[in-house]
Design a protein around this ligand. Sequence first.
Ligand code: AP5
Length: 211
Amino acid sequence: MKKNVVLLGPPGAGKGTLAQRLASELGYLHLSTGDVLRDEVARGTELGRLAKEYMDKGELVPDEVILSMVKEHVGDRRGVLFDGFPRTLAQAEGLAGIAPVDVVVYLEIGRDEVVRRLSARRVCPKCGAVYNLVTQPPKEDERCDRCGEALVQRRDDTPEVISRRFEVYLRDSAPLVKYYEEKGILVRVDAARSPEEVLADVLRALRNDCP
Ligand code: AP5
């Protein structure tokens, strides 16, 4: 049976990059709460206007808003890759009432490396592809390989906001490591390696039915 998998880790750990590859490898649904929120912001919806105020500062959008958004997207599906959710204990408890979690992949990585990665991240505003000017550069100068659109830097990838996002992660999200470890479903993965090595480890863990 398809599993529901939570990808946990600090900003810039590579959750989105890994989720895109896992989704295509396994045929799972990639649900990134950050991507859903950015889409709402781009469309100028009421939710987007509310979320933008928090996102631009690197703060978390309120739990109840996130939980109702996730519930709507998940329905009764199985085989969901939760990227950037849950991010608080209240969200983790809320998720338990929406869908069972089978495995939590914790991407372990230090602060210096995530700051390096986020400072060099570029994204395609049209198709959502993620690049890195150092580690995964586009073929043509700052243009998307897939659709040719000019790449942009995310609004929250400035040094001040990166720093705030990291503090918020340590305060609100890091306690989830212990929460899921105690449930016996957490797998630790060294995320300070190439995307290929990280993907191979995670696929092995999921296929071996770890933990
Ligand atoms: P969100 O979009 O979830 O951002 P995040 O958690 O800060 O994570 P990122 O998307 O920055 O990083 P990532 O781990 O996905 O790394 P990536 O693969 O891109 O959230 C943004 C905001 O939305 C939050 O601040 C909050 O306001 C709000 N929000 C979202 N969810 C919420 C929730 N549940 N509750 C409340 N608020 C919420 O990789 C980063 C870079 O590194 C890229 O350039 C990539 O190319 C590169 N890279 C990736 N892997 C590797 C590797 N193995 N080696 C070298 N480079 C790599």
